[in-house]
Design a protein around this ligand. Structure first.
Ligand code: ADP
Ligand code: MG
Length: 505
């Protein structure tokens, strides 16, 4: 099977050959003929399956006829991040080398002047992030009524990043008769709604079943403690255990990307960081260094890494279990690309069990643990009975000792503790009503204290760590607890973590 039967023009085919593409990927095979014929296309395929060329190649073919007028681009590609927009522009450069099309890249973090000049001269193709596109539009630098082809790429990430209102606004500014091509790795209901609204009788092209991880990826789980320092150590152990060529390490929060980056650097790892707060130049430089092997590890947040085209990642480490299960699929999609073998390992703390379950449900498979299968105690009680799996000590005791009753005399103390942990935590899991409305005056008394105490540190983890001094490994033995009488709230006991001096970071 080659590209020649897809209806692409000779100029395009010659560039495809020059780019070294021999056979079309499944999504290219199925989407390109419809797109070349001018039909709307809804393309769903996981990350790394060649979606970009699925729209770039037919666009090039269709744009051969006619030319751009000043400030009236003929096609518009929306991308959720600057990096992705820049990557698509690179595709145009490579695959459009036989065309004299003008491409304008409208992304944030870059001056308006160059972008204005491009638009003034007449751009055939505009590749933009939604915000910057609307900025240009509002400044009157750009008319959208000449758009013949509109692409919304990485639609599910657009959703995650809150761009749906912008996209709806943009779609309404485009001529009704345009062609619309929609690409996404997953198809959440909100994206389906958007597609239903803005696509006309689309050819729906779905390659892999929704949200399946590539079969070439070995996936593993590793138990890890909540305490940040101990968790970082668990990560380093994992990174050393496995023969890693290069890897992306994903964190849920950009703050943690920074912390992890500096920590790995201190421990002598060759590492870079990629998160949303970095300026465009820094991000590009880091990415380049990673691509050409100057740095072996890249600590990244989801937003920064979405859809990045890094062909050769041997490993993915999930430092955090992602909150949205789809993100897991995207993250591990950075390895095992184009049929190569990939490896993805994820650290799982007791409180992550619920999120892990959601991932396994989405994947329709259980992921294997590196250090032995999950115990029944973990499953039954840590995850379900306690909704968020936060009662670490009780569960830990259970796993290691086998069957200590969870609701013992310390239940209240522990619960109080976890409530305090919640206060400082970024909202990431739903709370059970039970914990929210405790109404115990003694507990409430302590609340401000918790707050002041832990604000500068890492909230939940900081509290946890002082209570149970940083275990080096996930399998650390629980601390013995002195027997105590049944009591309400904390009674007279003041946990050690509340007595710690304030650390200002
Ligand atoms: P997606 O958008 O689906 O995540 P990309 O379009 O970024 O994936 O493509 C991933 C990688 O695969 C890129 O490096 C791209 O150059 C390469 N690629 C795409 N199509 C082909 C093909 N037909 N043959 C070989 N490599 C390809
Ligand atoms: Mg893509």
């Amino acid at each position: 099977m080659s590209f020649s039967h897809l209806g692409l023009s000779p100029k395009v085919l010659s560039a495809v050959t020059a780019a070294g593409f021999e056979t079309p990927t499944p999504i290219q095979n199925q989407a390109i003929p419809h797109a070349v014929a001018g039909r709307d296309v809804l393309g769903i395929a996981q990350t790394g399956t060649g979606k970009t060329a699925s729209f770039v190649l037919p666009m090039l073919t269709r744009l051969e006829r006619g030319r751009a007028r000043a400030r009236m681009p003929r096609s518009l590609i929306l991308e959720p991040t600057r990096e992705l927009a820049a990557q698509v522009a690179e595709h145009f450069e490579t695959l459009g080398k036989n065309h004299k099309l003008t491409v304008a890249l409208l992304i944030g973090g870059v001056s308006y002047e160059d972008q204005d000049r491009k638009l003034d001269r007449g751009a055939d193709v505009v590749i933009a992030t939604p915000g910057r596109l609307l900025d240009h539009f509002e400044r009157g630098k750009l008319l959208l009524n000449g758009i013949e082809i509109h692409v919304v790429d990485e639609a599910d990430r657009m959703l995650d990043m809150g761009f749906i209102p912008d996209i709806e606004r943009i779609c309404k500014l485009l001529p009704f008769t345009r062609q619309t091509l929609f690409f996404s790795a997953t198809m959440p209901p909100e994206i389906q709604r958007l597609a239903d609204k803005f696509l006309h009788n689309p050819a729906r092209v779905e390659v892999a079943p929704q949200a399946t991880a590539a079969a070439t990826i070995v996936q593993r789980l590793k138990r890890a403690p909540d305490d940040p320092a101990a968790k970082r150590e668990a990560l380093r152990a994992l990174m050393r255990e496995i023969d890693v060529k290069n890897a992306i390490i994903f964190c849920n929060r950009k703050k943690d990307v920074g912390i992890l980056f500096r920590s790995l650097q201190r421990h002598g790892f060759s590492v870079g960081a990629l998160h949303g707060d970095m300026d465009q130049r820094q991000r590009m430089a880091t990415l380049d260094a990673f691509r050409n092997g100057q740095i072996a590890f890249l600590a990244a947040s989801d937003v920064a890494a979405r859809g990045l085209d890094i062909p050769d990642v041997s490993h993915i480490f999930n430092y955090d279990v992602p909150i949205h299960p789809e993100d897991y699929v995207h993250r591990i999609g950075r390895t095992g690309r184009a049929g190569r073998e990939g490896y993805a390992a994820m650290l799982v703390t007791p409180r992550d069990m619920k999120a892990l379950k959601a991932i396994e449900k989405l994947l329709r498979q259980d992921i294997e643990w590196i250090d032995g299968p999950q115990t029944e105690a973990e499953d039954a009680e840590g995850f379900d009975a306690r909704s968020n799996g936060r009662h670490r000590r009780g569960r830990r005791g259970n796993r290691n000792k086998g069957g200590q009753a969870p609701q013992d005399g310390h239940g209240n103390v522990q619960r109080h503790d976890t409530q305090a942990q919640d206060k400082g935590e970024e909202r990431r899991t739903e709370h059970s009503g039970r914990r929210e409305k405790s109404g115990d005056p003694k507990r409430d008394q302590h609340k401000p204290h918790h707050h002041g105490d832990r604000k500068p540190t890492h909230g939940p983890q900081a509290a946890a760590s002082s209570e149970r001094p940083a275990p080096a490994r996930a399998t650390a033995k629980p601390q013995p607890q002195p027997p105590r009488p049944k009591q309400q709230g904390m009674g007279d006991h003041v946990p050690a973590f509340m007595m710690r001096p304030v650390r200002v970071t």
